[in-house]
Design a protein around this ligand. Structure first.
Ligand code: F0G
Length: 463
């Protein structure tokens, strides 16, 4: 028996009791519709845990903040699959699976926190970090949510799961469905997602349909499909996905030894991830795991900026949907489902929203790559946004900032190759503006196969 197993059997923590609550009308415990909305008012659902704010929940289970922190730390040395998962390691703050049920896990989470000294310099700050969710099993943050929601789908007896996607959700869902013995249906916008993500969904065994529409169109079709067929919806309207995605924040706090950074900056697409991260910080405060909150800010691409417009044009009262266009295809979303949840996070953490241009995204992505880290374009909006927030004085140079990098560099090699070859903006409206990118571009060199040719290159490159 490992030390861990001994520890577990001594403390016997009980799972938290969770329920679904509608974020609109507040109904608790209602039966969700097929598209996972409130059957009374149609708004989104969220998972709530009884007794946390009164202390009866976690404390009744024999745990306090210090107990939780040390138990989560000790699980890292365990050989149990549940403990090796960077998500289920935090299971006391997640909805509980039925007794004896194993989760579907690919050992997701446990992602690195990197210092970004060069990017810090270019943004004008001193303490900049990246929490790299691209280091998950399928290369994006989606895995942390998928392990939870796919496990609940299987527990409820579903044979089929489905999602509409800009590519990462579908890759992740396909992998977890196959691992869990379920079939999966993927709806993606034809020609608008990267080949790597499409390849993943095919290889992991999904039935993959490229629809001649955009992401928002795929979502509309899927909402109808789930009404007509017994398939379980795994888009981020699924509240269990957000519970898994919360663990990014718990892990981040462990990595910071529970000292809260001043800012967490997140890309915004369908707006679920920012909502999940915000929920995690609010819950951690409620449980006494942390004493203060970071400001959580959301960055969108200028061409896919419905949240920015919603805040600026309506003060957050009504969603301003847009027709989305950006090379950062992962966040090419004009009608984000979780906008109300994200707004609540902005309000409760005093965060802000900002938008960045295509050229700013490309530059930031190259700068993150040049630190030996890399990410996909959608993740790079965080650094591009940070630069603007520093200029505006919203972020101060001595503050600690965490960028959430959501996807791996290899998720979109086309973008990167075009960037370095100088083709990305050729013939587009951004061509002139994109000249600033030249110092970052490193096109591959085609040479005669001689040492002389290579040596000349080295000599030219200098020291
Ligand atoms: N970054 C990446 C790499 C993404 O794939 C996504 C969303 C986001 C950021 C935005 O996260 O939607 O929670 O605000 N991708 C979804 C997908 C929509 O289908 O893969 P969000």
């Amino acid at each position: 028996m490992t030390n861990q197993a001994t520890f577990e059997s001594k403390s016997k923590p009980k799972p938290s009791t969770s329920q679904l609550r509608c974020i609109g009308c507040g109904t608790v415990g209602g039966r969700p519709t097929q598209n996972l909305r409130c059957s009374a008012c149609g708004d989104l659902l969220e998972v709530i845990y009884s007794g946390w704010n009164t202390g009866d929940g976690i404390r009744a289970a024999g745990l306090d903040a210090a107990g939780l922190k040390s138990m989560w730390r000790e699980r890292r040395t365990s050989r149990l699959a549940m403990d090796q998962s960077g998500v289920w390691r935090f299971r006391e703050v997640l909805p509980a699976l039925a007794e004896g049920t194993e989760p579907i896990t690919l050992r997701e989470g446990n992602t690195p926190l990197y210092a970004l000294p060069s990017c810090a310099g270019s943004a004008g700050v001193q303490h900049l970090y990246a929490k790299h969710q691209g280091m998950n099993p399928t290369g994006s943050f989606k895995d942390t949510g998928m392990t939870v929601a796919a496990s609940f789908a299987r527990q409820q007896g579903f044979r089929w799961v489905a999602c509409a996607s800009t590519g990462n959700t579908s890759a992740s869902m396909a992998a977890y469905a196959s691992r869990g013995g379920m079939r999966s249906l993927v709806l993606i916008p034809d020609g608008q997602i990267s080949w790597s993500k499409l390849a993943q969904s095919l290889d992991y065994g999904a039935v993959t349909c490229q629809l001649k529409t955009d992401f928002d169109g795929c979502m509309r079709v899927l909402n109808e499909v789930v009404q007509r067929m017994p398939v379980y919806l795994l888009n981020s309207v699924n509240p269990y996905r957000l519970e898994g995605q919360k663990t990014l924040a718990l892990e981040l706090m462990e990595q910071f030894d529970w000292k809260v950074p001043d800012h967490v900056i997140v890309p915004g697409g369908n707006l679920a991830n920012s909502s999940a991260i915000g929920k995690a910080f609010l819950e951690m405060k409620e449980l006494g795991l942390i004493c203060n909150l970071p400001k959580i800010s959301i960055i969108q691409a200028e061409g896919a900026n419905p949240l920015v417009r919603t805040v600026r044009e309506t003060g957050g009262k009504t969603l301003v949907p847009v027709h989305a266009e950006t090379y950062a295809t992962a966040i090419r979303i004009g009608n984000p489902a979780s906008w109300k949840k994200a707004l609540r996070v902005l309000q409760e953490t005093s965060g802000t929203v900002e938008q960045v241009s295509e050229v700013e995204i490309a530059l930031a992505k190259a700068e993150i790559g040049a630190e030996g880290i890399g990410c996909e374009p959608a993740s790079a909006v965080t650094l591009a946004g940070l630069k603007k927030l520093v200029k505006q004085g919203f972020v101060k140079s001595q503050e600690a900032i965490v960028l959430v990098l959501t996807g791996h560099l290899l998720k979109d090699p086309d973008f990167t190759l075009k960037f370095h070859r100088g083709d990305l903006f050729a013939g587009t409206a951004y061509e002139k503006e994109s000249r600033v990118l030249a110092p970052q571009q490193r096109a591959p060199l085609v040479l005669e196969p001689t040492a002389d040719a290579v040596v000349r290159v080295l000599e030219k490159a200098g020291s």
